[in-house]
Structure formats: C-alpha cells, structure tokens
Design a protein around this ligand. Structure first.
Ligand SMILES: [Zn+2]
Length: 450
C-alpha cells in the first residue's frame, strides 16, 4: 500500500502540483572533518526555529577497563552538569535552560553523547558549551563532584535495574542475560550502569584518564541539526573546536569480539515481582553486518506489540503468558536478540519453553509469512519516520545509529533499502544461522521468596 501511495503521489505531482504528496522522507546530511579529526555532521531543517547540537564520543561502557564498570556513565554525569574550567558547577545547564533550551546526555555500550537544544539564535552558545566539555573539563573534575555523582549513578542503577526488574534493556533479567552472553572480562558485562562495588572503586584518576583518552576531537562527531545556514556554521565550528588538543593515545580495548555460547547457558534471578518471567537471548553479529535488517524485522514479527507472533500465541491463544515481547539491540562488537515472556499463573517454564521452541523452529524452517513480514516493515518504517520528527531521536539516529554503528552519518537511505529488500527466505536463513536453541541464554526471573 505504501509503495502504491508513493507512485500515486508522483503521478499526481504531474497533474495537480498543489496536492499534498506522499513520499519517502529524506535525511540529507553533509559531512566534513576538521584538521584535528573532529567529524562535523550538518542537517539543515528550517521547519522550526530551533537548533540541536549533539556531540558523540566513541567511548561507552565498552571502553571501560576491567573492574571499572560504570565509569563511562559516571563521567557522563560529571561532564553533563559539572561545568568546566570557565563555567561554574551547574552553570552550563542553567544557561541553556534560561534560553528556553534543554540538555540530555546518555551512555551506551559503544558511545556517550551530549545533546543540547535551544532557539536557533543561541547556536553559538550551544557550540561554546560543547567545546568547553571537550577541551576544558579536566579542572572541573573534582573529588567533591566524584562523590556527588557516584551517589547519583548508584541511585539511577537501583531505579533502572532492581527497581525495574522487567526492563527490557537495563532490568534485572536483562542484566543477567547480558552477563551470560558477555562473560568477564568483556566490557559489555556491566551493561552501562555497572555494579555498586566497581563504581565505589573508581578513582578521580580513573575518571580523568578516561576523559583525556576519549573526549577529544578525533574520537568525536558533532551533529548540528535544525534551523541554521551551513555556510555560516562552518566558521563557528572552526572557532570553537579547531584549536582543541588532539587525543592522547587510547588504551587498547580489553576485548571486542565475543563468540556465541557453545552450549545453552542458564541463569536465575530473584526479584520483587508478582509473576515470573523467562527470557531467551542469542548473540548475533555486529550492528549493520549481515543479518542486521533481518533480525531487526524478525524482532517485530515475533515480539512487537499485540500483533507479534509471541503475543498472539502465548497470551491471546494459549493464555500461558501475560506479556511477550522481543528486542534486537545492535552493538558495535556483537548484537543481542532477546525475547521476554511474563508467565501467567499456573504456567510452567517447560510449557513456555516448548512453545517458544516451536515458534523459533518454525521461523528457522519457513521464515515469516508474507503478511507478517509486510506488517513488520510497516511498523519499522513508522518507528524510524517517527524518530525523524523528534530532535532528540533524530540526533540519536544520525549520530549514534548511523555514524557510530554503521560508520556513516548518511546511512539513512541504505538502511531503508536494506530493510525493504528483506524477504521471508532471508529471515529464515538468518534465523537458522543465529537463533540456534543450543547456543542460547535462558534467564528465569522468579518472585522473591518463591
Ligand atoms: Zn545517568
């Protein structure tokens, strides 16, 4: 239907130019690199009088040294609200908020990024604050700030891991699955939020070493998105970033590649939940490598909303589960395909496992039906086009997903066509290759005391 709408739109353009057209949205970016290695990505969009500046550093929890899980996230807290050599503690956030803007920061397995947003006439201030973080943060990294933010990251960890045990990405069961897929010393083991013990062991020297190793022009990309003129912004970017010192030698990554388990690995966690949950997880290839689009779509086929196969079979038809969902989490070194099933009362884990085995076997033998795959593609497009409407989500898409994970900020069109080209047989082959029941991880989350 969507393709027909596009063609129709093109025909109508010829006949009745004023009619609204349906067309594939574009995400046209331009790129250049400063002499010091900083990658500059520009996305002009004059629809609203606002501008976004997002700096992404190519270091997340995957760059942490062994025994220091949570370090990248701790530095993110200190760097986002701390100030700099020329800005007092908290002054950067206050200044942006006083302009009617906002800030966000986030740490992932493979990157840390700082998002700032304000009315377009404040672009220069946003650039200045980002350059202060990149070049002049070290004097603001103090013992007092370290103590304050160790408390804040540990509190966040409690909320997002123990406090949200069913959470698909950071919850208690998700953490256990990640630990079974990426055993120590793989740096993904800590799942960004780390552990209280290791956070406690982080010194100010650890934080400064991480900052000086990774927060520098040639390890970063800056995205400017919104209402600006590319011809004017180039001089401003050069003014604030060209003179910043280049990167120190970076420590070698502890581990990168992780082989799938040789045999099934199982784990159990106890949590304050009412109903038990069983999770099935597989290790798959790096983001945007062979099978990425197929697994992305298969996660929708199986477990996105009430239309997913798992929900229809386990929740609606058999009533042996109250919730069932799947996610595909793409990572630079390896990705994760995971399904979480919250069990209905009086259901056994064996019942769930039998049904799950049958569903996965069917996908590995036959692939999804034409209708199931078409639905997944439509859902995927709705999701990605929806992201383009939000400044924060668009920055994430361009700078993180495409620049960091795919290696090219202009990867939008290839991403669209790769998803479009997925067939049922390709999904079948990729599921056959990656979703081997004998190489999976199974995590059982049981209510405390049961
Ligand atoms: Zn945080």
């Amino acid at each position: 239907m969507i393709r027909i709408a596009y063609v129709l739109g093109a025909v109508l353009t010829l006949c009745v130019p004023r009619l609204i057209q349906a067309s594939t949205p574009a995400l046209a970016v331009t790129k250049h690199t400063l002499d010091n290695g900083l990658e500059v990505i520009l996305h002009e969009n004059h629809r609203l009088p606002f501008v976004t500046v997002e700096v992404l550093y190519r270091a997340g929890s995957g760059s942490e040294p062994p025994g220091k899980s949570g370090l990248a996230h701790l530095l993110e807290h200190m760097a986002n609200s701390g100030g700099s050599a020329h800005i007092r503690l908290g002054g950067n956030v206050e200044l942006i908020q006083s302009m009617g803007g906002s800030v966000e920061a986030a740490t992932g397995l493979d990157a840390t990024y700082y998002y700032s947003f304000a009315p377009a006439n404040h672009l220069e201030t946003l650039l200045w604050i980002q350059s202060e973080r990149m070049g002049f943060l070290e004097p603001a990294l103090t013992e007092a700030l370290l103590t304050r933010d160790k408390a804040s990251v540990k509190n966040e960890r409690r909320q997002r891991v123990e406090g949200t045990p069913y959470g698909a990405i950071y919850g208690l069961a998700a953490l256990k699955a990640l630990q079974l897929l990426f055993p120590v010393p793989h740096p993904y083991f800590g799942n960004v939020l780390g552990s209280d013990e290791e956070i406690d062991s982080i010194t100010l020297e650890d934080v400064k070493t991480f900052y000086l190793s990774y927060y520098c022009p040639s390890n970063a990309s800056i995205l400017i998105d919104g209402d600006f003129e590319a011809s004017q912004v180039q001089d401003l970017v050069a003014k604030y970033f060209q003179g910043l010192p280049t990167c120190r030698d970076q420590p070698a990554a502890a581990v990168s590649f992780q082989a799938p388990p040789e045999t099934e690995r199982r784990g159990t966690v106890l949590a304050r939940v009412n109903a038990p949950q069983v999770s099935f997880a597989w290790l798959t290839g790096p983001a945007f490598s062979t099978g990425d689009s197929e697994l992305d779509l298969l996660s929708i086929v199986l477990g996105d909303g009430q239309g997913g196969i798992l929900h229809k079979r386990l929740v609606s038809s058999l009533r042996i589960a109250s919730e069932a969902s799947c996610q595909y989490r793409a990572g630079l070194y390896s990705s994760i395909f995971k399904c979480d099933i919250v069990m209905a009362p009086s259901t056994s884990e064996d019942q769930i496992a039998r049904e799950m085995d049958a569903i996965i076997e069917n996908v590995r033998n036959r692939g999804p039906s034409t209708a199931e795959l078409a639905r997944a593609k439509a859902r995927w497009k709705a999701r990605i086009f929806g992201r383009m409407e939000s400044t924060f989500a668009r920055a994430y898409l361009i700078n993180y997903q495409y620049r960091r994970l795919a290696g090219d900020a202009a990867h939008f069109e290839p991403d669209l066509s790769q998803h479009e080209a997925v067939t049922s047989n390709l999904v079948r082959d990729i599921a056959g290759r990656f979703l081997d029941p004998s190489k999976r991880v199974v995590v059982m989350m049981r209510p405390t005391g049961k």
